[in-house]
Design a protein around this ligand. Structure first.
Ligand SMILES: [Fe+2]
Length: 176
């Protein structure tokens, strides 16, 4: 799949989660779940996008307008990352939390609109069709790697540790 189709698809997934989160009331546990899901999906999306897609555009853009547009996209990503830090897990999904999720949602929707019009236009100008396909392939591989990493919790050998035949107090408990 070409990279632009992948990006669009991921945008729709995140937008659906944002819409659902906006319907939740403050205090609703589902709001926190959705916020975590949005943050997880989005941080992976932004990281892969910057590394595989924006970097190519930044390297090739030579017109001033295009360069500014690409930097604007990076800046909007930075703003989204800042907002995502605010809604990190462990917080009560109270009124303030709901407001922060809403602002993140507005930020993301604005970014998606600009990206799919302006940034996609620049990409179609600067990249050949087969390059868009190649970046798409790399994107899918990067996503699979990241998902595998997340499911093993960043550790390589967890299979034997999962078979807990004898229970011992955890190290954290004994250290105190
Ligand atoms: Fe983006």
């Amino acid at each position: 799949m070409d990279v632009l189709s992948i990006i669009k698809q991921e945008h729709r997934e995140v937008a659906a989660l944002i819409d659902e989160a906006n319907k939740c009331e403050a205090g609703d546990e589902r709001l926190r779940e959705l916020a975590e899901e949005i943050a997880n999906k989005l941080s992976m999306h932004l990281a892969i996008e910057e590394r595989l897609f924006y970097a190519q555009l930044k390297a090739r853009a030579d017109e001033e307008d295009d360069k500014v547009e690409v930097f604007e996209a990076y800046t909007e990503h930075a703003a989204a990352k800042g907002l995502m830090q605010m809604i990190e897990s462990g917080r009560k999904p109270d009124e303030q939390f709901k407001a922060e999720v809403q602002v993140l949602g507005e930020n993301v929707k604005h970014h998606v609109e600009e990206e799919e019009s302006k940034v996609f236009g620049i990409a179609r100008d600067l990249l050949e069709k087969d390059e868009l396909d190649e970046i798409g392939e790399s994107w899918e591989k990067a996503k699979q790697r990241a998902e595998r990493g997340a499911s093993s919790n960043g550790r390589g050998r967890t299979t034997s540790a999962k078979k807990r035949t004898t229970r011992r107090p955890s190290r954290r408990a004994t250290r105190r």
